[in-house]
Write a protein that binds this ligand. Structure first.
Ligand code: SAH
Length: 219
């Protein structure tokens, strides 16, 4: 398993931070969190040399780790605060959860594939990220036992955000999710739950893997 040499990692991370700044991801806390999480730990050995490239990469179970700038954009849109409890739907590689864990008090992350959850868990252990709780379950139902959440991030696309997730967001909370057809271009949206209802803004056109209800039967 070819590990990235520490010097190369430093260079790749520095380049990544420049790209973030260029697209307006300037929130210093977000930039520092991305700087602190080695993205190469979250990809498969075969794609390790491309870990810092500006694109999504394939991971196990036919899923993907999002491109770095997308992770930066979603993280900044969530405006994570140190006391926040954040729910992530779609653990995937665990990278987004790791970045959020650097910025908040606790991250709860769910994936429908048990394999992805257990691989991500061992990465969190390696990096001593002890404020992340995982579950292999159906994210369309959220995680009612730990609700309400200050922030929710959905990293798989659906035509509409499941109502259960809005129900588990505290008033004043922020939810970020790709919304649109599973195999087409989706819009990354930011929702704020207010006393008067949910207010939304569109952030960017994106392509995410689909949000599929239910737990995966295999893996
Ligand atoms: N956040 C990830 C990227 C995840 S890709 C990262 O940083 O690497 C989207 C993930 O959503 C996939 O792993 C997929 O299995 C998961 N997913 C799709 N539908 C789901 C559902 N109903 N519940 C939980 N996870 C789901």
């Amino acid at each position: 398993m070819p590990d990235i040499d520490p010097e190369e990692r430093r260079v790749r991370i520095a380049e990544l931070l420049l790209r973030l700044r260029r697209v307006g991801i300037t929130d210093q806390r977000v930039v520092s969190a991305i700087e602190a999480v080695p993205r190469d730990v979250f990809v498969e050995a075969e794609t390790r040399s491309e870990a810092y490239a500006e694109r999504a990469l394939p991971i196990e179970c036919g899923q993907t780790i999002s491109a770095p700038v997308i992770v930066g954009m979603m993280t900044m849109a969530l405006d994570p605060q140190v006391e926040d409890r954040i729910l992530e739907i779609g653990t995937g590689s665990g990278y987004q959860a790791a970045v959020l864990a650097k910025l908040s008090s606790h991250v709860y992350t769910i994936d429908r594939f048990r394999t992805l959850v257990s691989t991500a868990e061992s990465r969190f252990k390696t990096l001593r990220l002890d404020n992340i709780t995982t579950a292999a379950s159906d994210g369309t139902e959220g995680w009612p036992e730990h609700a309400p959440f200050d922030k929710i991030v959905v990293t798989a696309a659906a035509d509409a955000v499941p109502q259960a997730l809005f129900d588990q967001l505290r008033t004043g909370g922020i939810l970020v999710a790709p919304v649109g057809p599973p195999s087409g271009v989706q819009q990354l949206k930011r929702f704020v739950r207010t006393e008067a209802g949910v207010k939304e803004t569109i952030l960017a056109d994106v392509r995410f893997v689909p949000l599929i209800p239910g737990v995966a039967e295999r893996l």
